[in-house]
Design a protein around this ligand. Structure first.
Ligand code: ADP
Ligand code: ZN
Length: 608
């Protein structure tokens, strides 16, 4: 097994559970695999496919997913093909013949196609294994239910002797049961791997207004030169606005949402996969079908509606196991909007509870990864060290007076105001409506003048999360004081707030200089990145990878993953043997790319 792993995929060791899963399949047992995105599910059936006699049939829901898998297998010199509606009949004729001659090791097929081929092709070829990818699509409980998947039930009747492995990244119990029952798995062994993705950093920025978000995003991208990422937004409109801003700043950006034409969406997806654009601004419509392993970061411009969505979306970063960054913006405005959606939805209680858990995550002052994993039923014994709370623990102070000022203003208006008016009263700013209602006569008018508007927004969010106020969604989002808020207001209890930290803003001139310096550094031979590799060499290797990818019309990450590229830059192999020893390089890639990469490395070494 290890030898096949190295020869065919270039890896030296298995990830947790992979070996056990593969052994179980080789023993011809039914198997269910639950692993997070990027966990390494594919190898679990691809390796047995290579070791068993006959053809493995892989059922996959989307053409783009099949394409990606087939391309990466072919890039390792493995005989894999796809049969779906993208093929014409001549392709299929050839493909059928190849299958019957036993030339294909892995045949990817859509569930519709599988049914039509059931009585013909499939009876004529020797099938080693059925692998059902994205198996949660079979369940109505899951979020990607596909009616075609339910027909896979008949597989077991037609092929009682062939083992089935089902794989998914959705771990909840109902879905799991459904998969086992519907596929009629025989006494299946179920493998559940940890859902932790330690290579993803987690951070949250609270209470940013649009302009601050823009600035933060531009800073963030400047720190990730040439690295691809996704910005998720709540609305279509917002994706377009954000994309426009980024484009203005010279960042290659695409847009993806359900309101665009299919061709526009495909183009955006294609450009992204092939590193022609750096950023995609998207709604949640973007994602399934993206197997791009070198997404280096994910930003949530708005808060997602549940932890499930959040985890799935950030999970699209760092599939190759390399360090990747995630950033979530969390604001009162989003919270109000999402609460309204949840309150008006069919499943009000469930959706509000889901939102509530998401909010707790965003508000957390303990390690965020612990909260995340705990939500998915996994206990973590220590802090992660790779989230903003671990890196920068919050400081607290006695905020009783601040809270009292806010609550008192609410009280004196008979709890008939929303956040905007509240802040106007506290800050003593005049507006027509405020004067009309006579709020300028209140005793609290102007008592919070010393606190800037955006800090008030932040404090109000804290006050809300501490449970001192509630938002009445059915009453124009007016703020209401809770019983525990009343205790603070009347001095029976103290309130502790978190110190607001804003990153020091550099003047734009200083920043420009810094960016220029960074750029120079990028191309100077001596600079090393954080992990001690030469950025110049890495750039050269990256450009070579892109060239080789374009020549073959495949995405760069399929030529070599970012991880392998980093290893090359670090280990600097100068012989074919050394090159072949690098993780991620199997026999086929060694022969195909060795000479080109070694040449670039040697040239680099000669000049340093
Ligand atoms: P999933 O299907 O679970 O989302 P993949 O099968 O696409 O994940 O694997 C994610 C990445 O991890 C791929 O780049 C894959 O080549 C890599 N990978 C899988 N198994 C190993 C391993 N044993 N060692 C190193 N890298 C691995
Ligand atoms: Zn942490």
């Amino acid at each position: 097994m290890l030898q096949t792993l190295k020869t065919c995929f270039g890896y030296d060791s298995f990830r947790p559970l992979q070996q056990d899963i593969i052994q179980n399949i080789l023993n011809r047992k039914d198997t269910l695999v639950l692993m997070p995105t990027g966990g390494g599910k594919s190898i679990c059936y691809q390796l047995p496919a290579l070791m068993m006699e006959g053809t493995t049939i892989v059922v996959s829901p989307l053409i783009s997913l099949m394409k990606d898998q087939v391309e990466s297998l072919q890039a390792n010199g493995i005989a894999a093909k796809a049969m779906n509606s993208a093929n014409d009949e001549t392709d299929n004729l050839i493909l059928r013949r190849e299958c019957m001659e036993g030339k294909i090791k892995l045949l990817y097929i859509s569930p519709e196609r599988l049914l039509t081929e059931m009585d013909f092709l499939l009876k004529d070829i020797r099938i080693s294994l059925f692998a059902i990818d994205e198996a949660h699509c079979i369940s109505q409980w899951g979020h990607d239910f596909r009616p075609e998947y339910t027909q896979l039930k008949t597989l077991r009747e037609h092929f009682p002797e062939v083992p089935i492995v089902a794989l998914t990244a959705t771990a909840d119990k109902l879905t799991r049961q459904d998969i086992v029952e519907q596929l009629d798995l025989k006494d299946p062994q179920i493998f559940i791997s940890s859902f932790d993705r330690p290579n993803l950093s987690l951070s949250v920025k609270r209470g940013f207004q649009q302009r601050e978000k823009t600035r933060a995003i531009l800073d963030f991208i400047a720190k990730h030169p040439n690295e691809c990422g996704i910005i998720y937004c709540m609305s279509r409109d917002r994706t377009e606005k954000v994309a426009e801003t980024l484009t203005k700043h010279g960042i290659r950006t695409g847009i993806y949402h359900a309101g665009l034409s299919t061709s526009a969406r495909n183009k955006a997806q294609d450009d992204f996969i092939n590193d022609r654009i750096q950023v995609v601004c998207a709604t949640i419509a973007f994602g399934m079908g993206i197997d791009k392993s070198n997404v280096r970061w994910v930003i949530h411009y708005n808060m997602p509606k549940s932890m499930e969505s959040f985890y799935q979306e950030i999970g699209r970063a760092g599939r190759d196991g390399m360090k990747s960054d995630t950033l979530l913006f969390y604001s009162l405005g989003d919270l109000v909007m999402l609460s309204k959606f949840a309150a008006e939805s069919g499943q009000q209680e469930i959706n509000l509870e889901k939102l509530n858990r998401m909010q707790q995550y965003a508000e957390s002052d303990i390690c965020r990864r612990r909260i995340l994993l705990n939500y998915f039923g996994e206990a973590m014994e220590h802090d992660c060290g790779n989230c903003d709370v671990c890196k920068n623990p919050p400081e607290r102070f006695d905020g009783t007076i601040i809270v009292q000022k806010a609550l008192s203003a609410i009280m004196r208006t008979d709890q008939q105001i929303g956040t905007r008016m509240l802040i106007a009263i506290l800050r003593g700013s005049y507006s027509e409506e405020l004067l009309q209602k006579g709020y300028d006569k209140l005793k609290t008018f102007g008592v919070g003048r010393d606190i800037p508007q955006r800090d008030w927004m932040d404090y109000l969010l804290q006050i809300l999360n501490l449970g001192y106020i509630e938002i009445a969604y059915n009453e124009d989002n007016h703020l209401k004081i809770t019983p525990s808020g009343a205790k603070v207001l009347y001095g029976q209890e103290k309130a502790t707030l978190v110190v607001i930290k804003r990153e020091e803003r550099e003047s734009s001139k200083a920043k420009k200089k810094k960016v220029e310096k960074e750029e120079q550094k990028l191309f100077s031979v001596t600079t090393l990145s954080d992990d001690g590799i030469s950025k110049e060499l890495f750039e050269k290797l990256r450009i070579l990878r892109k060239k080789l990818a374009d020549q073959q019309s495949i995405p760069p990450y399929i030529v070599l993953t970012d991880k392998t590229l980093h290893l090359l830059a670090a280990q600097r192999p100068t012989s074919m043997e050394e090159f072949g020893n690098v993780s991620g390089i199997g026999e086929y890639k060694k022969e195909k790319y060795g000479a080109d990469f070694i040449k670039v490395i040697k040239e680099f070494l000669a000049h340093t």
